[in-house]
Ligand binder design. Structure first.
Ligand code: ADP
Ligand code: MG
Length: 685
């Protein structure tokens, strides 16, 4: 047997089973060995029957004592008997498995694992797993038992058996690829031991050693891969070299002086642009730190160097808003700004595309429509994606493929902790804007329960009468009677009965058509709507400086980073602004999170806290980053291991960037095995 053999070639796998295994992603022997259990049950403890309690799962060691009875119940056939271990007795039932009546041997002892209940006053075990008691080989009971992700017709017992038999040959199949010097320094067990014990742990200690090794290896390979990718991009000298950097005409038109953070970021960008290598840079800065101005200046630099700039945003609303801002700034400079969004009429779209292809459009703003086929650029030199966490690596790459290694700049308003940044954006250089524009006000933030609603509404009314506008954010769209979540529609109705019925109200949510959403947003921006009730569609980058109140309903439903984003929608003008978090949650963690919001206004600090409170899974959709799904690592739980890995990769980056040294060669081979070679990786994405 070879590790790359088709799974159909192993014992006990015919065509049918082969197809089932393919369904869960197992194509080769290697896939089978690396099919990590999703969970375990500890069935290593055997409990005497006289000590079991109804409602709990136990493993018992017993013999069949009673007769087998088979009787129908509805469509099911019930098989029933009695087991005994000498200390106690219990009834056992199975459903439809009538063959058990002949296959269970009364002279043998079995290990049964299952849940006990009282049925008609009698202790009864329902559909337990069982295995005959043998010396060592029991796979389904009497040990720590793995549980795998399944699909229809593929059951745990079969998978356990197949994996167990294959792992028996691990010594000859599995190759170690973490060099000894690393295993020794980081105290990692070898790969054969790790795989054996991740599937069938001998002891819980062996399991932890195995898991540590496999998490370490998974993170190490990914982190090294990202670093190599960054190195490769830098090595490719074919980027567009910009030569002109006289930005006064545009900087002078900005109604403010650039902050230190903006200046420094621009210096880093300029250095990239004149290096001759393609820039690949993430700019992270808190909400309101002025990333748009940085983007505008960069687009201007591209323009004076004869190149087009594409600005890609996640939503139509944001595309339109950028279009308005850019157009206003650029109109007097002879720079042509165009908008390409989903909602355009066919004819308009054709015209815009023509301008882009001819090169008479210099700055092109749009959503995903920019990567759709049919958009050809004359001379694409710079790609800016705004609010990057909504775009995957793949989408970014599709757009850059439209030019000849254009420079790319990614703007993110979600400050992320450094450790995560290294793994989420490991292929990028990062600039951070930490200084906020001077005189930025602190948004008065409070946390109340829903008994405050009437007071909140009066407060909103007073401010609207003073000429301000307000947002109310609810987590869901439809009324759902199972939960008390405020839905947008229900909330709008509820407002009819309050003092706010006299203000001009509008609502937006994710299920509306883009044109409808746009219309409401436009009216809000134009001041024709006083109060906007919305879902989180407004979370991303909306800029209405006259809005001064943000109320967030069911605030416990949101993570800190998201709350911070929402709060950032107010306080954008000269008016004192307020954020009111409404929650009736009694949960300690939710309460703590909301209290953190009241005292803390720095996005970077909040992101660190969010990570410790909730973990990265909730923090932002990891999948959206285009990261491969982890087989075993959990970025939150395994943060300490991630830190060790990053310490190690930093050392490797210093001494052997492309893993060319003999001692690191096996790591490089593993990277190619997992991700394909670099060229393929690019083409595939
Ligand atoms: P974000 O980083 O969240 O995208 P924006 O670019 O929308 O922030 O900027 C937020 C507000 O700050 C805008 O109204 C913008 O005009 C203003 N702004 C940007 N840079 C400065 C600056 N250096 N000084 C003063 N105001 C600024
Ligand atoms: Mg922005």
């Amino acid at each position: 047997m070879d590790i790359y053999d088709d799974i159909g070639s192993i014992k006990n796998v015919g065509e049918k089973r082969r197809e089932l295994l393919n369904k869960v992603g197992i194509y080769t022997v290697k896939d089978l060995l690396e099919y990590i259990p999703r969970d375990y049950t500890d069935r290593s403890q055997i409990t005497p029957l006289n000590e079991v309690e109804p409602g709990e799962e136990y493993t018992v060691k017993a013999k069949i004592k009673g007769d087998f009875q088979v009787f129908p119940r509805g469509k099911l056939k019930i098989v029933k008997t009695v087991i005994s271990d000498g200390k106690g007795e219990a009834a056992v039932v199975w459903f439809n498995q009538t063959y058990l009546k002949n296959s269970l041997d009364r002279s043998k002892e079995y290990l049964f694992t299952g849940t006990f209940n009282l049925v008609n006053g009698r202790l009864t075990m329902t559909a337990p797993d069982f295995d005959p008691v043998r010396e060592k080989e029991s796979l389904n009971a009497g040990r720590i038992v793995p549980k795998y992700r399944l699909t229809k017709n593929l059951n745990q017992k079969l998978l356990r058996r197949l994996i167990y038999e294959t792992i028996g040959e691990a010594e000859s199949l599995v190759r170690e690829f973490i060099p000894r010097y690393i295993r020794e320094e980081y105290n990692l067990c070898d790969r054969v031991y790790a795989l054996k014990n991740i599937h069938f742990p001998e002891t819980s200690e062996a399991f932890f050693d195995a898991r540590r090794r496999l998490v370490f290896e998974e993170l190490l390979i990914l982190q090294l891969r990202l670093l190599m990718l960054k190195g490769e991009i830098k090595k490719k000298q074919s980027g567009i070299k910009f030569s002109f950097f006289e930005t006064e005409p545009i900087v002078d038109r900005l109604p403010f002086k650039l902050t230190k953070g903006q200046e420094e970021t621009l210096d880093e960008i300029t250095a990239d642009m004149e290096s001759g290598c393609p820039m690949n840079r993430l700019v992270q800065g808190d909400v309101g730190s002025g990333k748009t101005a940085v983007a505008e200046i960069c687009a201007y630099i591209a323009y004076i160097n004869g190149a087009q700039t594409a600005v890609m945003t996640p939503t139509d609303v944001l595309a339109t808003q950028h279009y308005v801002t850019f157009k206003e700034l650029f109109s007097k400079l002879g720079v042509e700004v165009v908008l390409l969004k989903g909602a355009l009429k066919a004819k308009e779209k054709r015209e815009v595309k023509k301008k882009i292809a001819e090169g008479s459009a210099h700055i092109i703003i749009g959503t995903h429509s920019l990567i759709q086929e049919g958009v050809e650029f004359k001379e694409l030199g710079l790609v800016i994606t705004d609010e990057q966490h909504r775009f995957s690596v793949n989408q970014r790459r599709l757009l850059t493929a439209k030019g000849e290694n254009p420079h790319t700049l990614i703007m993110s308003a979600t400050p992320i902790p450094r450790t995560l940044g290294l793994i989420l954006y490991g292929d990028l250089d990062i600039s951070t804007i930490r200084t906020m524009p001077a005189g930025r006000q602190v948004i008065n933030t409070s946390y109340v329960n829903s008994s405050y609603h009437e007071r909140i509404f009066k407060f909103i009314l007073k401010h609207i009468k003073d000429g301000r506008q307000a947002y109310i954010v609810c987590p869901m769209i439809e009324e759902n009677d199972k939960t008390e979540l405020k839905s947008v529609k229900a909330f709008v109705n509820e407002l009819e009965g309050t003092c706010l019925r006299e203000v001009r109200r509008g609502f937006v949510h994710g299920k509306m058509k883009p044109v409808e959403k746009q219309e409401v947003m436009d009216r809000f921006a134009a001041g024709e709507i006083d109060l906007l009730v919305a879902t989180t569609v407004i979370e991303v980058g909306i800029n209405v400086p006259n809005a001064s109140i943000m109320v967030i309903e069911n605030a416990e439903r949101f993570g800190l980073s998201q709350l911070h984003q929402l709060r950032g929608r107010v306080g954008r003008g000269k008016y004192q602004s307020y954020c009111i978090l409404v929650s009736d949650s009694k949960g300690g963690e939710a309460k703590e999170r909301l209290k953190v919001m009241v005292k803390n206004f720095d996005g970077f600090d909040l992101s660190e806290k969010d990570l410790t409170l909730r973990g990265p899974g909730d923090f932002f959709g990891l999948r959206q980053h285009g990261l491969p799904e982890f087989k075993i690592a959990n970025l939150y739980k395994d943060m300490p291991i991630l830190k060790e890995v990053q310490g190690l990769t930093a050392k490797i980056w210093e001494t052997d960037k492309f893993l060319e040294k003999e001692e690191n060669r096996s790591l490089k081979e593993r990277i190619e095995e997992v991700f394909g070679v670099y060229e393929n990786y690019q083409a595939g994405l």
